[in-house]
Structure formats: structure tokens, C-alpha cells
Design a protein around this ligand. Structure first.
Ligand code: FAD
Ligand code: MG
Length: 349
């Protein structure tokens, strides 16, 4: 089942639906749902030329990025190659693309006081988080033991990673895991693609917990992005009303988790303990002009919690919204201009 996610050429869950959009005969609405990067890719595209296979090109671009660069599960990727070279004195050559990504991650690691850490691969593997997603360890999950986590944590820590002269030096046992930022990076790449495609006049692309809005709907209406209710993911706490290009990422404890002895464990790890973060929040949504930032900071702010997360978001120039364990909604001042609470959701500011 793990391979279901690792091999990208798998199930296309729903197919191409094409028709004339309400706004005018020149614009066609294309919707497509697929699986990429172990998560769901949903596309809604408004295209002036019906023949443009943009949805397929987008899926291809994402798979290429996963296979060639970002996946730590596929041997073909640069991240896998870098992980395999951990402990080698000579380090490993790193592409300009990944060097920039890693430097960006180092910056967020510093700004978050170490809460955001892409070197937690060994700890993430111990928790068998991929197994939770595929459902293969349901009913048989047992959390790792304290001493296992302590040992795995010894091989982690962004501060022990060195980038110099186009080479990356990882200490023995360290494993990069870009799960917290890969989808944001991918959406940044998609924005470049969309800007080059004149036929695409508007788009909403959702990849797991991250969403990109682009351009306009044919009828000129704003984009509306719902934020799931952690208590009941079939409903929303409210919506963000957005014009043009935006990135929205949400990290929560309710998507990927496993239970053992009545305790629920989720997939966002506090590097200080090796255990799932427990900062009093259930969900964090970031609104940003960059996919990398929105994805990285939703994870970081989830670990930091409301007070420190709010400071981090302000320092990085993004808007943030928290849903607390008690259901309370708090948000940055700037977020208020975009957020509308759902009619049956008033537990907030
Ligand atoms: P986010 O909050 O954005 O990220 C949480 C993830 O980040 C965790 O799952 C963990 O991997 C990592 N993480 C945990 N704690 C920290 C921390 N303190 N600092 C930094 N990172 C942390 N999943 C599969 O099951 N099978 C696959 O084949 C698969 N392939 C993938 C390929 C790529 C290129 C990427 C980027 C991800 C892949 N995933 C896969 C993972 C999956 O798509 C998501 O990363 C996962 O669902 C978490 O995303 P999120 O938005 O829910 O949470
Ligand atoms: Mg993230």
C-alpha cells in the first residue's frame, strides 16, 4: 500500500470534466483530481483554449519535481541521493534549486527557534507516518519507545547540516524530509507555469494542505477558500475571500494520525521531544504570497502555538489563523480582511 503513494503513476481518482463556464463562451472550466506526493491534487482551471492539456502538464510537472528533486521515498530524487551520502566526508553535490530550498529551510529553522526542522527524517520514519496515511498500520500501530526516539533525535538538527561550495554535508544517520514544505515549493513552481500560459485565465490548485489561487474567474468573482473545522472536517469554520495570486496552507492534527491505547498521535513532531507537538492548537492556516513560506510556516506555527506563532508569522510578513483545542479562532490583524466565519461558527474573536 505504501507503494500506492510512492509510485506516482497511480490512480486518477476522478476524471476530466470540461464545459463552458458561465461567464462566457471563451472560457472552459477543467476539473481534475489526481494523486501526487502521497496526497490529493485537485485542479480547477479556467482555460480559453479547450485543447490545452494544462491539467496533465501540471500533474506531470509535480511528478517530475517529486521524482527528480523532493521525495525521500523515491531513489531517483536528489533528496534521496543526499540522504544516502550522509556521513561522507566529501559531502554531496547539491543543485542550485535544492541549495536555495535548504537555505530557506535553515532560515525558518532559525526564526522558529528550531521548531521547524527538515532533518527529522529518522524520527518521522520511527513513527511510520506514511503507514498511517496508507492505512496499512491501522489497528496495529504502537508508538516508538522513548529510547528509540532519543537515539533518532541524536541524528537530527538543522544546525548540524552544512552547505558550502555547492556541496551539502550531512552527518551520519541524518535524513532530510521535506514533507512540511514540499507542497508549497511545488505550488511556487506551478505559479511560474501558470504565468507563462496565456490560455489559463484563472486557477485554484490544491495539493494536500496547500492551495494556490491564480488569475480570475470568468465572472470576475473572488476566489473562496474554505478552512476545515478540525472537529468535523466535513464542515468549515469559515472562508478566505481572495483576489488573484495567493498561497494558503493549513497544518492540523486531524488529517494524518494514528491511535494506540486510546491516545491519538499526529504527524507534526516537536523536535525538542520527538513526540507530536502539543501547543494547544488543532489547526493553523497561513496566507502568504509564497508557497514555500505558507507551507513551512503553517507547520512551524502549529508547533510553536498561538503566541510565538503569531510573532513568527508577523516577522515573516504572512497572515495566520489558529484554531485552538477549545475551538477558539484567533488570527493576525491582516487576516481579518480576508476571513469570514461560517454562519454556525462564532467561537472566535
Ligand atoms: P505539514 O505540516 O506541511 O507537514 C508535516 C510533515 O512534515 C510530517 O508528515 C513530516 O513529514 C514533516 N515534519 C514533522 N514534524 C516536522 C517539523 N517539526 N519540522 C519540519 N517538518 C516536520 N506521504 C506518503 O504517505 N507517501 C508518499 O509517497 C509521499 N510522498 C511525498 C513526496 C513529497 C515530495 C512530499 C513533499 C511529501 C510526500 N508525502 C508522502 C507526504 C505528504 O504528502 C505530506 O507531506 C503529509 O501529508 C504532510 O503534509 P501536511 O500538509 O499535512 O503537513
Ligand atoms: Mg507545512
Amino acid at each position: 500500500m505504501k507503494r500506492f503513494f510512492a509510485v506516482w503513476a497511480v490512480a486518477v481518482l476522478m476524471l476530466f470534466c470540461c464545459g463552458c463556464a458561465a461567464g462566457g463562451p471563451q472560457s472552459f472550466k477543467v476539473q481534475n483530481v489526481d494523486t501526487v506526493m502521497g496526497t490529493v491534487l485537485q485542479q480547477t482551471l479556467y482555460i480559453s483554449d479547450r485543447e490545452t492539456p494544462a491539467d496533465q502538464e501540471i500533474a506531470l510537472l509535480l511528478r517530475k519535481l517529486e521524482e527528480e528533486r523532493l521525495s525521500r521515498r523515491l531513489e531517483t530524487s536528489e533528496v534521496s541521493r543526499l540522504n544516502q551520502a550522509a556521513g561522507e566526508d566529501s559531502g554531496s553535490a547539491v543543485s542550485d534549486f535544492l541549495e536555495e530550498v535548504l537555505k530557506g529551510c535553515l532560515e525558518i529553522w532559525q526564526k522558529s527557534g528550531g521548531a521547524f526542522d527538515i532533518t527529522l527524517g529518522a524520527v518521522v520514519s520511527l513513527w511510520d507516518i506514511d503507514g498511517w496515511a496508507s492505512g496499512e498500520n491501522q489497528g496495529v500501530f504502537a508508538p516508538p519507545r522513548d529510547e528509540q526516539l532519543r537515539k533518532a533525535l541524536e541524528s537530527c538538527g538543522c544546525g548540524r547540516m552544512k552547505i558550502e561550495g555547492g556541496r551539502l554535508y550531512l552527518p551520519e544517520g541524518m535524513e532530510l524530509d521535506l514533507g512540511a514544505v514540499g507542497k508549497g515549493i511545488a505550488l511556487d513552481q506551478l505559479l511560474v507555469y501558470l504565468r507563462e500560459k496565456n490560455e489559463i485565465t484563472g486557477a485554484v490548485i490544491s495539493l494536500g494542505g496547500s492551495i494556490l489561487t491564480y488569475g480570475q474567474k470568468p465572472d470576475g468573482e473572488s476566489w473562496s477558500v474554505g478552512i476545515a473545522d478540525p472537529e468535523d472536517t466535513a464542515s468549515i469554520i469559515g472562508t478566505l475571500t481572495l483576489e488573484g495570486e495567493w498561497f494558503v496552507s493549513t497544518s492540523g492534527d486531524y488529517e494524518r494520525y494514528a491511535e494506540a491505547d486510546g491516545i491519538r498521535y499526529h504527524h507534526i513532531i516537536d523536535p525538542a521531544t520527538g513526540y507530536p507537538a502539543d501547543s494547544g492548537v488543532r489547526g493553523v492556516t497561513i496566507l502568504a504570497k509564497e508557497g514555500f513560506l505558507s507551507d513551512a510556516l503553517s507547520t512551524a506555527c502549529f508547533i510553536l502555538g498561538e503566541e510565538k506563532g503569531m510573532e513568527l508569522a508577523a516577522g515573516c510578513g504572512v497572515e495566520v489563523l489558529f484554531v485552538g483545542k477549545d475551538g477558539r479562532i484567533t488570527m493576525s490583524e491582516g487576516m481579518k480582511a480576508y476571513f469570514t466565519a461560517a454562519a454556525d461558527h462564532s467561537r472566535g474573536e
